[in-house]
Design a protein around this ligand. Structure first.
Ligand code: FPP
Length: 242
């Protein structure tokens, strides 16, 4: 039975974790700071989580940094997020290579400011052969739009799930999400990895993203390992279903 498109069965060493990093604005509001300060603190939290991921058996981490709907935000907030991203790329690249972390993005590139798009291209190039962790940053991303684009590429032929997953993943090898975390108490997926998270374990926490760190990620991964993933089967059959 093909109930999932996971090409490799998740073990304690090859988890794909996806994170909706929510709550930066509220974190800043609570402190009487501008929203941008929340995003800045959010980048620091991301740095901690990236560093902790390989220790927790995560070899793919997909983070939602900017959704296609985030263009509706005020222009100064949007530009602050892109400035933070640029700084992150400038400051972290050497560390990423040293830590053997590959960085790529998912989402549209054509609406991203030119110098950021070039910096991303450079980052992808110099980390291309890194293998310890694959960090994927979702930027100008909409899962619905990605699914529509993959469907359009199927030229009216009803594809098998695995073929469709390859179209959806573009140049990457398709990977299902094992664990999807959303911070800040919101409990929705907000157009993030809707196909890839079909069998993901969902983990919601009230913590605001800037307060989320290694201990919290570890607690989420522990909770994941306590869950019983059955992929729609009964317990004994599920171990052979993926
Ligand atoms: C959601 O919080 C957060 C975002 C839309 C932006 C997340 C971006 C970063 C952490 C920085 C990106 C940079 C890098 C390096 C990837 P919110 O603003 O919706 O918070 P709120 O719901 O409390 O208002």
């Amino acid at each position: 039975m093909q109930s999932t498109l996971q090409l490799t069965h998740p073990t304690k060493e090859n988890l794909h974790v996806a994170i909706i990093m929510d709550g930066n604005g509220r974190w800043a509001n609570k402190r009487g700071l501008p929203r941008q300060a929340g995003h800045q603190a959010g980048v620091a939290a991301l740095r901690d989580v990236v560093e902790a991921s390989p220790k927790l058996g995560i070899n793919m981490l997909t983070v939602y940094a900017f959704s296609a709907d985030n263009w509706k935000r005020p222009a100064d907030e949007i530009s602050a997020i892109f400035i933070l991203l640029k700084r992150y790329l400038e400051r972290e690249m050497a560390n990423l290579v040293k830590a053997n972390i590959k960085l790529t993005t998912i989402g549209r590139r054509d609406r991203i400011p030119g110098e950021i798009a070039s910096a991303l291209q450079h980052a992808e190039k110099i980390t291309a052969n890194c293998t310890k962790l694959h960090l994927r940053v979702a930027l100008d991303y909409s899962s619905r739009d990605s699914i529509l684009a993959a469907a359009a590429a199927c030229h009216k032929v009803m594809p098998k799930r695995a073929i469709f997953a390859h179209k959806l993943a573009g140049r990457e090898t398709p990977r299902d999400v094992d664990l999807l975390i959303r911070t800040s108490g919101e409990k929705r997926l907000s157009d993030f990895l809707l196909w890839e998270a079909a069998y993901a374990e969902l983990y919601f926490t009230d913590q605001l993203w800037p307060d989320f760190g290694e201990a919290d990620l570890s607690a989420a991964v522990e909770e994941y390992h306590r869950r019983d993933r059955r992929y729609g089967a009964v317990q004994d059959a599920a171990s052979t279903a993926a």
